[in-house]
Design a protein around this ligand. Structure first.
Ligand SMILES: [Zn+2]
Length: 475
């Protein structure tokens, strides 16, 4: 970075001696590449927000709702003019969910969980998270994610699909994906570490202009991280907002380069906390999703179920196998200590503690899935590619884990595709996807998943299962 020669050397020496950081400039944040229009952001965001309001327990309390809007309006008022599109329709909606979380949709709708208020030590902490969310809106990160997702197969990892959330570890966003016209809730709300850092920095800048110390944002992130230590898993917030690392350090540094405007009036914060205390406790996201699925409004027809507690040790697969069958489509043998979970078009078979609720979301860490899907092509490579792109939409960090290979399943030509994805338990997970055509042209798949640390221990059982598959449809 080039520095101008100071006019008065004496003053600079004094400033240096005091360790002042007045010479630092605030970080310039740029809009990422985006092939959508701001109008499309607004349309998409409004449609998704309508779904969210149907499915999530929105808090109707007038005092709380208007308080949240006051905070949001303060931030919008100080947002950089060049980023404020006139078409945006900002809204700030409190939700009675207990997880420390918040999210914003393209074009302006923002939802803040009650858990965020309960966990916040000051108004600045709530405002900090809202400023971070508003930054995602202003920088159009949701549709920037979609722009990235249009890349071809070799950049599979950049792509985002509706199938994915259900197939490779569900997440909170899937409730939004369901029913949304684009089925893209997951991609809209899963940001890269780079986008996260940009949202932190722009958020810090807006906080300072609105009269809050940006370091409150860093403190809120520490609270969220501490929540994960307490529960031993990943907090819901981090599912969509991955930690770029050194958050406290760079937010503090940015704060030092900023001038905080005259302090905002925070006198409403404590009374609002008291109002919350008088309300019944917040629900967990998992409870809400379960209730929604029970009402038959779910997308995949898959009722959330738990097989033990993800994160707890997974017992070794039994050497004894039992037969399962999927309608008229297939038969296979699976370890007899694993549990089958069937939905309309797929069957998961999972070991104890391999599938269930973890920190309010449904995750799948270990096991196999058999399923059928309508192919987009009669060419196996093409059909597999298209289906994997669908999976990748719900798993933006999914990567190829090696060479795709030609194999045989039940004496038919099949493809085996190794993939690597972040495990819901932390670290990486290994995924292997086998695909082949049924005689009617339907694409059949067999998918295995295990965390990297357990991959070797499960390799054998996964192979025994694939060798046992018999495709049984009538020819
Ligand atoms: Zn974020």
């Amino acid at each position: 970075m080039a520095m101008k020669t100071p006019a008065r050397a004496g003053a600079v020496t004094l400033m240096a001696a005091l360790g002042t950081t007045a010479l630092l400039a605030q970080t310039v944040i740029k809009l990422p590449k985006n092939k959508y229009t701001p109008e499309q952001d607004v349309k998409l965001g409004l449609e998704a927000a309508a779904e969210v309001r149907k499915q999530y327990p929105v808090i109707k309390d007038e005092k709380i709702a208007s308080y949240l809007t006051t905070l949001g309006d303060r931030l919008v008022a100080v947002a950089p003019t060049e980023l404020k599109q006139s078409v945006y329709q900002y809204s700030f909606t409190p939700v009675n969910l207990k997880e420390i979380n918040a999210f914003a949709l393209p074009g302006g709708p923002m939802f803040v969980n009650r858990g965020m208020f309960d966990a916040a030590a000051s108004e600045g902490e709530v405002v900090g998270v809202m400023a971070h969310e508003l930054s995602h809106v202003l920088l159009r990160h949701g549709t920037a994610n979609m722009t990235k997702a249009q890349n071809p197969w070799l950049q599979l990892g950049q792509i985002a699909g509706a199938v994915g959330g259900a197939v490779v570890g569900g997440e909170a966003g899937s409730a939004i994906a369901q029913g949304s016209q684009f089925g893209l809730g997951t991609i809209l709300l899963r940001y890269s570490r780079d986008f996260e850092k940009q949202a932190d920095l722009l958020g810090a800048q807006m906080m300072a202009r609105a009269g809050y110390d940006p370091r409150a944002l860093a403190h809120m992130f520490e609270t969220i991280a501490a929540e994960s230590k307490g529960s031993g898993g990943t907090p819901q917030w981090l599912n969509s907002h991955p930690d770029p690392g050194n958050r406290t350090a760079y937010i503090t540094k940015e704060a030092e380069a900023l001038t905080i405007a005259s302090a905002a009036d925070t006198s409403q914060f404590q009374p609002i906390k008291t109002t919350f205390k008088a309300m019944p406790p917040g629900k967990s996201t998992a409870d809400v999703e379960r209730a929604h699925a029970a009402n038959g409004a779910g997308g995949g027809g898959e009722a959330p179920a738990s097989v033990g507690h993800p994160g707890q040790p997974v017992p070794r697969p039994s050497a004894q196998f039992r037969d399962i069958s999927g309608g008229k489509v297939f038969q296979a043998s699976v370890p007899d200590n694993w549990t089958s979970l069937a939905s309309k078009s797929s069957i998961k078979v999972v070991p104890q503690n391999g599938y269930g609720e973890l920190n309010g979301t449904t995750v799948w860490s270990h096991g196999v899935e058999f399923g059928v899907t309508r192919p987009s092509s009669r060419d196996l490579h093409e059909a597999t590619k298209a289906w994997l792109q669908g999976i990748a939409q719900g798993n933006p960090e999914l990567r190829l884990g090696g060479e795709q290979q030609s194999v045989r399943i039940s004496q038919r030509s099949a493809l085996a595709t190794p993939l690597v994805n972040p495990s819901p338990l932390g670290g990486k997970e290994h995924i292997m996807v086998y695909t082949t055509f049924l005689s009617d042209g339907t694409l059949f798949y067999y998918l295995t998943v295990a965390p990297e640390k357990d991959a070797a221990a499960f390799e054998d059982v996964f192979r025994k299962i694939v060798d046992s598959i018999r495709l049984t449809e009538v020819r």
